[in-house]
Design a protein around this ligand. Structure first.
Ligand SMILES: [Zn+2]
Ligand SMILES: [Zn+2]
Length: 277
């Protein structure tokens, strides 16, 4: 057998070790793949490509990644906090997409980098830990130098929207369950409600002087096509949903829009005939 043929055992060794150590020669590591297999760098590389093996890039940091880590880790650390996610502010894993959170933490630890967003600021200056803006006075801060007032109020609005979406998703899921005895995935229902929310805003679809909602909380979910046991998917279909105030909800009940038009016009005709001549 010529040296170009690979045995099953050799292939197994390659499969096990190549993703972990690649072919980079590490002087402190006597067990390089070249030694383990007694093969050239070229031969190993070619076989690895043929087997579709990839070096696991979690352990290998490029110079650029280290530069990004050194610049941003002291300011934002590794946590992908909820408030930062909500305000769509980049986290370390967005900036270095090839690395996991644990990998970022351990690399920062090895390089001796710590998160300290207030470090190096001139006296009397304070940095918002969310948007990273530097303020010259504490009066711009919402809480003990953590969030600035602007980030705080933005997050409040978003929290509120989040809560409303969850509350209505719960109602909608319950409605679907009543009709089908199936409980749909909550996150999917939340996404549906988000769609409805973004398309129709959180207000009565009719929004006229007859609306009787004083508080947004009183709005209910209306169905363009009324709930039909035979078409349960329409209960949770975003395009079939809107918000209704109690008044308009009572008017619509479970009647289809088209039927409603006919019903009312016939009622109005009758009324006009008997009372208005
Ligand atoms: Zn801020
Ligand atoms: Zn209304």
């Amino acid at each position: 057998m010529s040296k170009t043929d690979w045995t099953k055992e050799e292939e197994e060794i390659l499969k096990e070790w190549y993703p972990l150590i690649g072919i980079t020669v590490n002087p402190s590591n006597s067990n390089s793949l070249m030694e383990m297999l007694n093969r050239s760098k070229y031969s190993i590389k070619r076989k690895a490509i043929r087997l579709g093996l990839k070096r696991d890039n979690q352990n290998f940091w490029t110079k650029e990644e280290v530069v990004i880590l050194k610049k941003w880790y002291p300011l934002i650390g590794y946590r992908n906090s909820k408030i930062r996610r909500m305000l769509k502010i980049q986290s370390m894993t967005d900036l270095i997409p090839n690395k996991s959170q644990e990998n970022i933490v351990s690399k920062a630890f090895r390089l001796g980098i710590r998160r300290d967003p207030q470090k190096g600021l001139p006296k009397g200056h304070i940095r918002c830990s969310v948007c990273l803006k530097v303020y010259t006075s504490k009066k711009y801060m919402a809480s003990k130098g953590i969030y600035c007032k602007s980030c705080h109020s933005k997050s409040q609005t978003l929290y509120l929207k989040d809560d409303i979406i969850k509350r209505y998703a719960t109602k909608l899921r319950h409605r679907y369950y009543q009709e089908t005895n199936i409980s749909p995935d909550f996150n999917e229902i939340c996404n549906t409600m988000k769609e409805v929310f973004n398309k129709n805003k959180f207000e009565c679809f009719f929004k006229d002087e007859y609306c009787n909602h004083l508080w947004a909380e009183e709005l209910s979910i209306g169905h363009l096509n009324p709930v039909d046991k035979n078409k349960p998917e329409e209960i949770i279909y975003a395009n079939n949903l809107f918000f209704l105030c109690m008044q308009h909800n009572q008017v619509m009940l479970d009647v289809k829009f088209d039927d409603l038009k006919e019903l009312y016009s016939s009622m109005i005709k009758k009324y006009d005939k008997y009372y208005n001549k």
